[in-house]
Design a protein around this ligand. Structure first.
Ligand code: BGC
Length: 269
């Protein structure tokens, strides 16, 4: 295990960590010696597999099933985390989903579900984490910051996305939610930042990448010419959680192989 003294002994909650980006972030943090709560909303057996993988590499983790959009479940999850690990140093607000449809056909239920999980879920978890950071105070041997919050956003917090209006609206909301709490919490030495991934190989977009033709179509949107791996995001999350990024707060970091560079304009539009 590659133990980084800068993160060793800290505790992190990663929401939506039973697969995809959340799983990679949970494993990357655990590899640095962080105690990790692997949250999942369904399929606790998949969360348990992530925990088993972490433990088999010598790390420490527990699984906790909770729906991040439900206040009582979120509060019970934080209580369980404090019982297991004592406190929280790092929150990774990762849980998110897509329920795609043409705008005119979008049901209120599909609009609401995506806003509830992707945006309200981030509010509920960040509020609990900030309350604990403020209650506990700085633990100088673990971090110079009082606490770190990482919000998983998307390139679609700035790229409009037809057919995915609920999702893009939720991520646009995450951007100003993140920046507003970053502004409010910075004087307390709580750092809040967003990671905004582009096309990363996970279940959320598996149906859009089934054939080579579909992959080639997505690659035309990515100047760097490769689909991202969940591990790309794990490495960035480790850095953003560590004191190496101590002067960064309120930032949105696009990790997208250049998707946000408007590649359609490369040949003068
Ligand atoms: C979405 C993916 C999509 C990517 C790039 C992500 O936020 O969840 O489905 O492939 O953005 O468009």
């Amino acid at each position: 295990m590659n133990s980084n003294p800068k993160l060793k002994g800290q505790s992190a909650l990663v929401t939506g960590a039973s697969s995809g980006i959340g799983k990679a972030v949970a494993i990357a943090l655990a590899n640095e010696g962080v105690n990790v709560v692997v949250n999942c909303s369904s399929h606790p057996e998949r969360g348990q597999e992530v925990v088993d993988e972490i433990k088999s590499s010598g790390g420490t983790a527990i699984v906790y099933q909770a729906d991040v959009s439900k206040e009582d479940e979120v509060q019970a999850m934080f209580a369980a985390m404090y019982k297991a690990f004592g406190t929280i140093d790092i929150l990774v607000n990762n849980a998110g989903l897509q329920k795609d449809s043409a705008f005119v056909d979008m049901t209120l239920a599909d609009w609401q579900k995506v806003i509830d999980v992707n945006l309200t879920g981030q509010f509920l978890c960040a509020r609990e984490a900030a309350r604990e950071f403020l209650r506990r105070g700085i633990v100088a041997e673990r971090s110079v910051a009082l606490g770190k919050i990482i919000c998983m956003s998307s390139v679609h917090d700035m790229i409009p996305w037809s057919g995915h209006v609920n999702y893009a609206s939720s991520k646009g909301g995450v951007m100003l939610f993140m920046k507003s709490i970053a502004q409010e919490l910075a004087p307390h030495k709580i750092r809040v930042n967003s990671i905004s991934p582009g096309a990363i190989k996970t279940r959320i977009n598996a149906s859009e990448m089934e054939t080579q033709e579909e992959i080639d179509k997505i690659l035309t949107l990515i100047p760097y010419n490769r689909i991202g791996e969940p591990e790309d995001i794990g490495k960035l999350a480790v850095w953003l959680a560590s004191d190496d990024s101590d002067y960064i707060t309120g930032a949105t970091i696009y990790i997208d192989g250049g998707m946000t560079l408007f590649p359609g304009f490369a040949g003068n539009g």
